[in-house]
Design a protein around this ligand. Structure first.
Ligand code: 26V
Length: 827
């Protein structure tokens, strides 16, 4: 850099630091009401967030005005979950203010990290689906796409997980307790949301038979807006979350009678709608409040979209050219019936016109093929809660089945019907989302193929152009640039920083694979990240881990299909091997696991207890000291992931083939230079294609083999166990109480599930997994070769940027174009 330019930069920075410091102190005194002496870290966080927010607002309004002036087509991303993570570091980084803020905070006598860590991590999502929505928001803003996220402002996010004697216990996540400095409450943006009541038929002035929904109970949806800062800070989009508000604060009839509790009761009941995020538990059965949440936010969002659209238009004909609504799974699929209702009942459109507009506006993403996770709602409940929507769904179904009647047999018709007639009649939300959308997408190539072959096979035959693939991606801003400053700096020192918004450029690093100096620096960055994680582990669990051991990481929700059990069985086998061979030279391994189990998912909670019990035994066994450790970290969330991902050497992606729709943790780990050990499942298949088969450890059955084995119905896990002494010994120990001497039968249910059913084929893949793991660990001895593969992994992950994913959606599903900053300004 030219010296004159640099001194100007420094001059500017000093000015910025002065200004930011003034802003900090002003907010602290006049808004938080404290002085610098008494301010806590949290106060400084609030102060910092408000100061940064000030620097966003003008450009936020510019973006909004620009899109409005251009009357551009907007993307509306409907999602029950947005797992955005902490925003202060993210916004500072995207605005290019991190260093200015570091110095500001430094002058105030604090460390930036302390302030950043005081921010609560909003946990408004369960896992992959919610985090994907957040990565998409970042990419849409960075790519200058006019986009809104629409969701629910839950008062309580996903539960906080703690371990009590190794058992998961759940605590409420009261993330708003100290206020949320990022959001703008919009008490004037308020929409009525109706429930219950009944439907009347009447003849309108033109002699047409019409329907009206009357006698309803009504709640208000109130908007809270959070700016979504794109990288570079030029385009700033909006995340609009709805909060439930009662129509009136209390019922004066009760109040005047002195019954104060009764007077506020209905307020509390209606505001329960946005109280808490549901964990994805065993099943949706009987969860009427969850269904109401889905309708609540969907209806509010559609009303908001139509209000905005009508500012420029007189009729609805152009809606599909101005609005693209993306359904993040079926949770907002009731929106299809809601838009139909509004167009037909409130605006008098005829059915065909309304249906055409609706279908061209909506599109739907499927995120899972697990049968128990496919949403369906009892017809009886829907008739009670949303009687008019139920009629519309019947009409959609009748017209659809009429159109296919002639060419389908009765079994096919049964499968195609939106109403599942097996047992209690239920509405299939996947079918509704499919029929009401012009495009339906899966989230990895394999998953999309399986959608066509399994759940949506009948629909796919009728609409062969509707299903399309959009392989997931992750934002390189949060998952490399911010989470891994060491590697990020190293990369930029060699190829410049263009990769931050054009991740494909990482491919240039492949030229450096054999470069010794680069290799050395790459290893140094990894080591630094491992030290950071080791310190975190020491602080939270008081376990010392060896930074030079292989960090073997499996972090994700605990679920049988993800097969944490396979990992634990292999750990026990390795433990036995070390004990049996006290003099052999083993590569030290640290197994790191983290993840939450749904509170009602007993088997998953038992797996957590097993991990903790095995960990306690191994970590305290002097015979394996220095060679094997097992760490289960509590309360996995986005901020913990930011510490773990950069520190991993080995990434465990070991689900039963055909069951993980995509995975995105797999991408985060590989991007940060971990080698993957995994099955050919979800996006692992595409990761292998990009990094090359030599740079990934693939093992086990593929999806087709899994399918065939299950179809044969002859799989005998006891035979497999009987023939494998390593597996047998591990299972005997677990089942016999070797890790639970206080309660020897504790893990019998786990062992029995494997021996007598093994639905997820843990035993079938065990030996191949164990061998593959041994290969990986052996390779780790060879630092040069391992590092070369790690570099190839990082360099090959460009395609997995969510920028690529989003541009694909924009082109093939939404038909939207970027609105470049400044486009809407008058000249
Ligand atoms: C929901 C349920 C509900 C009932 C019981 C079990 C169960 C299991 C999982 C789910 C979540 C389904 C939606 C979801 O989060 N899918 C994830 O989406 C990610 C983003 O596309 C993808 O990477 C993951 O593979 C997929 O599991």
């Amino acid at each position: 850099m030219d010296a004159r330019y640099r001194s100007r930069e420094i001059g500017r920075k000093a000015e910025d630091v002065d200004a930011l410091k003034r802003s900090f102190l002003e907010w602290l005194v006049y808004s938080v009401g404290k002085d610098a002496k008494t301010a806590t870290r949290r106060d400084w966080f609030t102060t910092g967030a408000l100061s940064v927010r000030d620097r966003v607002v003008d450009r936020w309004m510019d973006t909004t005005r620009g899109v409005y002036a251009a009357d551009a087509k907007r993307i509306y991303y409907f999602s029950m979950e947005f797992l955005v993570g902490r925003l202060l570091s993210n916004n500072l980084d995207n605005l290019g203010l991190t260093e200015v803020c570091r110095e500001t905070v430094d002058r105030l006598g604090l460390r930036l990290e302390e302030v950043l860590e005081a921010e609560p991590d909003p946990a408004l999502g369960n896992g992959g689906l919610g985090r994907l929505a957040a990565c998409f928001l970042d990419s849409m803003a960075t790519q200058h796409l006019p986009a809104f996220g629409y969701g629910i402002r839950y008062e309580y996010g996903l539960f906080e997980q703690r371990f009590d004697q190794g058992w998961q216990v759940e605590f409420p996540d009261n993330w708003l307790r100290f206020g949320n400095p990022w959001e703008f409450a919009r008490p004037e943006v308020l929409y009525p949301i109706h429930f219950h009541g009944h439907v009347e038929t009447y003849i309108d002035g033109a002699g047409m038979e019409r329907r009206r929904w009357v006698g309803t109970e009504t709640v208000h949806a109130m908007a809270f807006d959070t700016p979504v800062v794109g990288y570079g800070g030029e385009t700033i989009n909006t995340l609009r979350l709805w909060s439930a508000r009662a129509l009136s604060d209390f019922d004066f009839t009760h109040f005047n009678d002195g019954d104060y509790l009764k007077a506020v009761e209905s307020k509390v009941l209606s505001e329960n709608l946005s109280r808490v995020l549901y964990p994805n538990d065993a099943t949706e059965v009987g969860r009427e409040l969850r269904f109401k949440q889905e309708y609540f936010f969907t209806s509010a969002s559609i009303q908001d979209i139509l209000r905005r659209y009508m500012q420029h238009h007189k009729d609805f004909d152009a809606l599909p050219e101005k609005a693209a609504i993306q359904l993040n799974d079926t949770h907002p699929a009731i929106g299809i019936a809601e838009l139909m209702r509004i167009l037909i009942d409130l605006h008098g459109l005829d059915w065909d016109r309304a249906w055409d507009i609706t279908r061209r506006t909506f599109s739907y993403t499927n995120h899972t093929l697990l049968p128990e996770a496919l949403e369906s709602w009892p017809v009886g409940m829907m008739e009670r809660v949303l009687p008019r929507h139920m009629q519309i769904i019947y009409d959609i179904n009748a017209r659809f089945l009429d159109s296919v009647w002639a060419r389908s047999d009765i079994d096919t018709i049964r499968r195609l019907s939106l109403i599942d007639e097996n047992g209690e009649r239920r509405v299939r939300m996947g079918g509704l989302a499919f029929l009401g959308s012009h495009k339906v997408n899966g989230v990895s190539a394999l998953h999309t193929d399986l959608m066509k072959q399994t759940v949506f096979a009948d629909y796919h035959r009728l609409f062969p152009d509707r299903i399309t693939n959009m392989t997931n991606g992750i934002t390189p801003r949060r998952w490399l640039h911010q989470a891994n400053p060491a590697l990020s700096r190293l990369i930029s020192s060699r190829i410049g920083d263009g990769w931050i918004t054009d991740l494909g450029r990482l491919a240039v690093l492949k030229e450096r694979v054999g470069d010794e100096v680069f290799q050395e620096e790459f290893r140094r960055a990894k080591r630094q990240n491992k030290k950071r994680l080791a310190a975190y582990i020491a602080r939270h669990l008081r376990i010392d881990v060896d930074v030079d051991s292989l960090f073997d990481v499996q972090v994700k929700r605990i679920h049988e299909y993800k097969r944490q059990l396979l990992n634990l069985l292999q750990t026990v086998a390795l433990y036995n091997e070390i004990r049996d061979n006290p003099t052999r030279d083993f590569v030290p391994v640290t197994k790191i696991l983290a993840g939450k189990a749904a509170p009602a998912y007993h088997q998953a909670k038992l797996i957590i207890k097993l991990a903790n019990d095995i960990g306690r035994v191994i970590n305290n066994d002097p015979l394996v000291r220095g060679r094997l450790k097992l760490v289960m970290l509590p309360n996995y969330n986005v901020s913990q992931a930011e510490i773990i991902m950069p520190a991993a050497d080995l990434s465990e992606q070991i689900s039963t083939a055909g069951m993980e729709a995509s995975g995105t943790g797999n991408m985060k780990l590989a991007l940060n230079g971990a080698l993957t050990i995994g099955t050919l499942d979800g996006a692992n298949v595409e990761i292998r294609d990009h990094v090359g088969a030599d740079n990934i450890f693939i093992f086990g059955m593929n999806a087709q083999e899994v399918q065939e084995l299950r179809d044969q119905g002859a799989f005998d896990p006891r035979a497999v166990v009987g023939a494998n002494p390593h597996l047998k010994r591990a299972l005997d120990m677990i089942g016999g109480g070797a890790f639970s001497p206080d309660d020897p039968g504790r893990f019998r249910p786990i062992v029995d599930a494997l021996l007598y059913n093994d639905h997820f084929l843990v035993t079938a893949d065990f030996e191949d997994y164990r061998n593959s793991h041994a290969t990986a660990v052996t390779l780790y001895r060879n630092k040069t070769e391992w590092t070369a593969k790690a570099i190839i992994n990082t360099a090959s992950m460009g395609w997995f940027s969510s920028d690529r994913t989003i541009l694909d959606y924009a082109k093939h599903i939404w038909g939207v174009a970027p609105v470049l900053p400044g486009a809407g300004e008058a000249d």
